[in-house]
Design a protein around this ligand. Sequence first.
Ligand SMILES: C[S@@+](CC[C@H](N)C(=O)[O-])C[C@H]1O[C@@H](n2cnc3c(N)ncnc32)[C@H](O)[C@@H]1O
Length: 383
Amino acid sequence: MTLATLNLGPALEPALVSGHPWIYRNHLPRHRLNSGDWVRLEAGRAVSHGLYDAEGAIAVRLFARDAVPDTDLLRRRVREALALRAPLTERTDTDAYRLLHGEGDFLPAIVADRYGRFAAVKAYADSVTRLLPTVARELGSALGLKGVALRGADGLEPLWGELPPPEVSVTENGLRFHADLRRGQKTGLFLDQRDNRALIRELAAGRRVLNLFSYTGGFSVYALAGGAELAVSVDVADAAVREADRAVADNGLEPARHRAVAADVFDFLPQLEQRDERYDLVILDPPSLARSADQRRRAQRAYLKLNRAAFGAVAPGGLLATASCTAQVSPEAFQRLVAEAARSAGVRAQLIAERGQPRDHPVPSSFPEGRYLKFLVYRVLPA
Ligand SMILES: C[S@@+](CC[C@H](N)C(=O)[O-])C[C@H]1O[C@@H](n2cnc3c(N)ncnc32)[C@H](O)[C@@H]1O
């Protein structure tokens, strides 16, 4: 079959040359492509090859300059990604981490996370589904996994080897967690906060900790393992906070030092204020608050509101660890928002740690928006 070629016009030459992996729909000329078709794009003297999707703002995800990628190229990309994870693969205290980070590993829209002897794959575009059998086989055989499965809306489908059990027990920095690969958020756990959770373990000794948007209690377990006096996990997902209780017990930590609260944080924070209840360490890790650039303003307002209230919930001299996983809010913009929140909460805040995503979530130089995770720790003092 001949490969369709579309000419984007010379204005898009710098975009194609930059290596940025996306072409937006409004930049495509008229065409007769179907979802999942390979297409050769030209712009001035630049050329690239990608997969077309009929849905969504991104029309083409680019994979390779010279030709449509063959099996060898795909396998090479997977092996390059695994080489970056080699230090993690060798660790005995951690067996849950990201294996493929989509655009970050030059495999747009393809994410794969390791959970012990299994991997869960997610496809963020229909077009890439055709590449998954090759990718899964390479992952499974290179790592000696038992099985690699695709996580879809209806649970898991096998891609290679055995289907994972309903729940996989994993170790992260020596702590135990259960991942529900079928129904859990993301592919089961939020693996991108692994290093930041370790930082919280270092900072938590003797503190009363409030973990807002806790999911299955990762930060709470680390805080208690680090010697926190108490950890309160708050998440709107009832099943997640119940799982947090279980994770505390599984790690041999005293259940009495943990409180699980199923609540909407936007309702919970004003109640704390009314009761004048304060904590020595508040962790704020909301879900992504904008899916597209037009939602950015709304996200900024929500960050401002949440961070203002979170600053208010920190006892004098305590810490606020505040995160943002919204790609549309840059690290610089997030710091400005948090500074504004501190001002409006009437506190002095000192930035004492500035972190982001771990090395299994890499950011290509041609894809700066891949730097989505921000994690800032402030000491909070009265005005
Ligand atoms: C980024 S995740 C938190 C990950 C977690 N810190 C961890 O380390 O695993 C965001 C969480 O916010 C929860 N959530 C979303 N909206 C919420 C709301 N309005 N109130 C409370 N929790 C909410 C989701 O259920 C999800 O567990």
